[in-house]
Design a protein around this ligand. Structure first.
Ligand code: BG6
Ligand code: MG
Length: 212
């Protein structure tokens, strides 16, 4: 294996909670409750796909494209506001050390995120320089579970997909990695991430994985 491709939200940084809070605020304004139990479905998927899921949960159908665009932008405004002060303290436990160690071991490091704010967040965290390639939602048109975001990252690194390991916290991301012919490590619960080659409960446990 020559490269490690990291998902961002929920793997590098604890931003999944802000996505959830922003969607919940939007749902409240639309007159329904968006509970945490539905949130798993939003992980890893694009902003517009997330909106469709949120509207489906609220039983709101028949919105025009213009209305959907406005709602997605409104949610993004809330989200950007929530993360405006984000800093290194929100990097998930052990991740900075893990990235440094794998770089020293010779791995190339990339980001493969659906988020259009991916690069900006890495910069705010002071981690952007550690990444040899950054592919975020601005570079990929097709959202996970399509493998495009990871394949682009592998291309930018110049590493064949079969020599890449993806680290993901979302079922859609695991499906994307496998569809791209990559190895995959899931961070979270086995019930949701069971298709991954290895599942660890949290980011701190990444350092104990033998295949790295
Ligand atoms: C993914 C998150 O990383 O990015 C999703 O897991 C989110 O919850 C998606 O919807 C898109 O993010 P953004 O910042 O472009 O709205
Ligand atoms: Mg994620």
């Amino acid at each position: 294996m020559k490269a490690i491709i990291f998902d961002l939200d929920g793997v590098v940084v604890d931003t999944a909670k802000y996505h959830y809070l922003a969607w919940r605020k939007l749902a409240e304004e639309l007159g329904f409750a968006f509970e945490e139990e539905h949130n798993e479905r939003l992980k890893g998927v694009s902003r517009m796909r997330s909106l469709e899921i949120v509207l489906e949960v609220g039983g709101l159908t028949g919105m025009s494209e213009v209305q959907k665009q406005e709602l997605a932008e409104r949610k993004n405004g809330y989200y950007l506001n929530m993360i405006s002060g984000i800093d290194q303290s929100e990097i998930l436990p052990g991740i900075s050390q893990f990235i440094s160690r794998q770089k020293r071991a010779g791995y190339k490091i990339a980001l493969g995120s659906a988020s259009k704010s991916g690069r900006m967040i890495l910069e705010k965290l002071g981690l952007a320089d550690q990444f040899d390639a950054i592919v975020d939602g601005n570079l990929a048109e097709r959202a996970k579970p399509d493998p495009q975001v990871f394949i682009k990252a592998a291309e930018l690194l110049g590493v064949p997909c079969s020599e890449c390991i993806v680290i993901e916290d979302a079922a859609a991301g695991i499906d994307a990695a496998l569809a791209g012919g990559m190895k995959c490590i899931g961070v979270g619960g086995k019930a949701i991430l069971g298709k991954a080659d290895i599942v660890v409960p949290d980011t701190e446990a990444l350092s104990g994985i033998e295949m790295l």
